[in-house]
Design a protein around this ligand. Structure first.
Ligand SMILES: O[C@H]1[C@H](O)[C@@H](O)[C@H](O)[C@@H](O)[C@H]1O
Length: 608
């Protein structure tokens, strides 16, 4: 298909590429909405287009007060620097085509691999026995094998955002498939500790790329109104992958060389994703960045099957105009400018603080220490079938991620965080106390000394508290940080999500490489009490700094973060948006083709 400008049509905006960088808005004459005009689009064949004006918000004099008074009736806050804000999205935002579903699930295979590859190590560490170098692994060895993946992921996530902009999202994901394969083959054939560690490191490179690009890919193809949920599908695949890894680990527990089979199974999803992506396209946004507008139009056409060609054309023009708003004529200059912009624009910098802080909190509250070492811990507290107990914990994580899937937009991100973190803190305190009475000490050389041998009531309390902890974790801090891309405007989204994802893997690396040493040096009670303290501190951080962002537009997020964290104002605005959405849903099922003809994009003005 060759991209041609349509002759006429309701949504077509003649000329004015650059004018399309702004938001198509309807303005009643003489009514000051706080926007200034940057251009106009007018099609003489279309009377409704007479009223369409391309505008950009003038927020220079806008100020938020703590009660949200700024968000007064005069101001229309709409994003102007984001692809959501283009006509095709406005009009056809409500529908999810099978094509989008397929792309979401294929991209989410990366989430599954993230989960599977970080999940199987727990059982593998228990069943490796003396298969490597003919000796039992020490706690130090176990930490290195586990942390190697986090280290690999940390390194690759730093470059993944920029690489995805240069080479494309799809090629990067396919490259991660190759890394997964090489890493898995090295591990399956490992006879030495170091070969195993190198295999885990290379697999980690793949995990880091997938963990960043998969939610980014989904975010770029998803219709805005269900974007939050589609991104949570990636998290569901992630926790589902961990659950499957634990299940397979339990099944292969008694099998000779079962851990090698466990690693080998990870090749299946990798191959499936690679083959599927061979036949599937990249995101329209990437094609526009590359200048391949025809391809972008093709993908958009498949994603929004009811959208007429002229509207697709308009959307491409708009995306193209947005693309040119990133300053710099070469890639290194653009990268440098985005780095500068993320640090110097106050709202971007606050977004960065929130993105990185949430990912850091997710890791430093200790969840992955349980994920990676639960087999070892449960064995220590007297459970012979430690792998089965680990499944219950991973299952709880999965089920409560499902709960988060339904709650994230309804109850709101901030709210589920403020429920989850104190719940985690309480569960960890109980766990710390139970460990104290259990009398477990970890000595150097990989030996756990248990004062009261066998299965005890305190052992059960440890398990129960870990299950509660898993539930509260998955509900809030396990899921919310992966919504990170909504914090950043499009121009700095790649770099912003790279920083946040790298923080996640940095935290994961620290925890994975120190957890067993902490158990030895400050005892299990001390370790879990430390995580409890960190969860409590995180609660206060979220309480004072994390605004409610559910349902807010990008421009609104930027405005909320412009001169502080503005918690109260964000809550007021989020509530307003929720009510508007409910009212909209009640009044019509807009988004159908006939709606497009009936009501032009200009009718989509949101009034606060
Ligand atoms: O969101 C995920 C999820 O909670 C996983 O269970 C955890 O292992 C990951 O580290 C985290 O990023």
């Amino acid at each position: 298909m060759t991209l041609r400008k349509p002759e006429s049509g309701a949504g077509s905006a003649s000329g004015a590429d650059s004018a399309l960088a702004g938001r198509v808005q309807d303005r009643a004459p003489g009514h000051d909405h706080g926007f200034h005009e940057i251009g106009a689009s007018k099609d003489s064949n279309d009377d409704s287009a007479q009223s369409i004006t391309v505008v950009e918000p003038d927020l220079t004099n806008s100020k938020l007060d703590s009660s949200g008074a700024l968000l007064d009736d005069r101001i229309q806050i709409r994003p102007v620097n984001d692809e959501d804000d283009t006509s095709v999205m406005i009009t056809f935002n409500q529908k999810v085509s099978p094509f989008i579903i397929v792309l979401t699930f294929v991209a989410s295979i990366s989430g599954f691999m993230f989960g599977y590859d970080t999940g199987y190590i727990s059982s593998a560490l228990v069943s490796i026995g003396t298969d490597l170098d003919h000796r039992t692994l020490t706690y130090g060895d176990k930490e290195i094998i586990t942390a190697a993946t986090s280290l690999g992921a940390l390194i690759s996530s730093i470059f993944a955002g920029t690489s995805a902009d240069i080479w494309g999202r799809k090629p990067c994901l396919m490259f991660s498939n190759l890394l997964f394969t090489v890493g898995a083959v090295l591990q399956i054939s490992a006879r030495s500790f170091w070969q195993m560690a190198v295999g885990r490191l290379i697999m980690g490179f793949g995990v880091g790329i997938g963990s960043l690009i998969s939610p980014l890919f989904i975010g770029e193809i998803a219709p805005k109104n269900i974007r939050g949920r589609l991104v949570v599908i990636n998290s569901l695949c992630l926790t589902g992958g961990q659950l499957v890894a634990y299940g397979c680990g339990a099944g292969l527990d008694k099998v000779h060389n079962g851990w090698r089979i466990l690693v080998g199974l990870s090749l299946i999803p990798t191959c499936i994703q690679f083959v599927c992506f061979w036949f599937l396209p990249d995101t329209p946004r990437y094609y526009v960045m590359k200048g391949d507008l025809d391809k972008a139009a093709q993908v958009l056409g498949k994603s929004y099957v009811d959208a007429p060609e002229d509207l697709i054309y308009q959307k491409i023009q708009e995306l193209n105009a947005l693309n040119r708003t990133i300053p710099g004529d070469t890639i290194p200059k653009k990268v440098w400018n985005t780095i500068k912009e993320i640090h110097t624009v106050p709202s971007n910098f606050r977004a960065l603080i929130l993105g990185c802080a949430l990912q850091g909190i997710q890791q430093f509250c200790g969840w992955n220490s349980l994920m990676y070492f639960s087999g070892t811990i449960f064995e220590t507290v007297g459970f012979r079938d430690s792998a089965a107990v680990s499944i219950v914990v991973a299952g709880t994580n999965f089920i409560f991620t499902l709960v988060a899937f339904f709650a994230i937009d309804r109850i709101g991100r901030r709210c589920i965080l403020l429920i989850g973190l104190p719940g985690m803190c309480g569960s960890l305190i109980v766990c710390a106390v139970a460990f104290h009475f259990l009398g477990v000490r970890f000595e150097g050389g990989g030996e756990a000394i248990i004062e009261h041998q066998g299965f005890s009531a305190w052992g059960i309390i440890v398990i129960l508290s870990i299950i509660f902890y898993a539930a509260f974790y998955a509900l809030g801090i396990g899921t919310v940080p992966w919504q990170q891309s909504e914090l950043f405007p499009q121009a700095v989204r790649g770099i912003g999500t790279s920083y946040s994802t790298a923080t996640n893997w940095g935290g994961s690396l620290v925890i994975a490489s120190t957890f067993l040493t902490m158990l030895q040096n400050i005892t299990p009670t001390g370790t879990f009490a430390l995580f409890a303290g960190l969860s409590l501190a995180s609660f206060f951080f979220c309480y004072f700094c994390y605004p409610e962002l559910s349902g807010l537009e990008l421009e609104e997020v930027q405005m909320i973060l412009k001169d502080g964290f503005n918690i109260k104002a964000s809550k007021t605005l989020a509530k307003k948006r929720k009510q508007q959405l409910a009212a909209q849903k009640n009044s019509s099922g807009s988004g159908d083709l006939h709606d497009y003809h009936k009501s032009k994009p200009s009718d989509e003005v949101m009034e606060c």
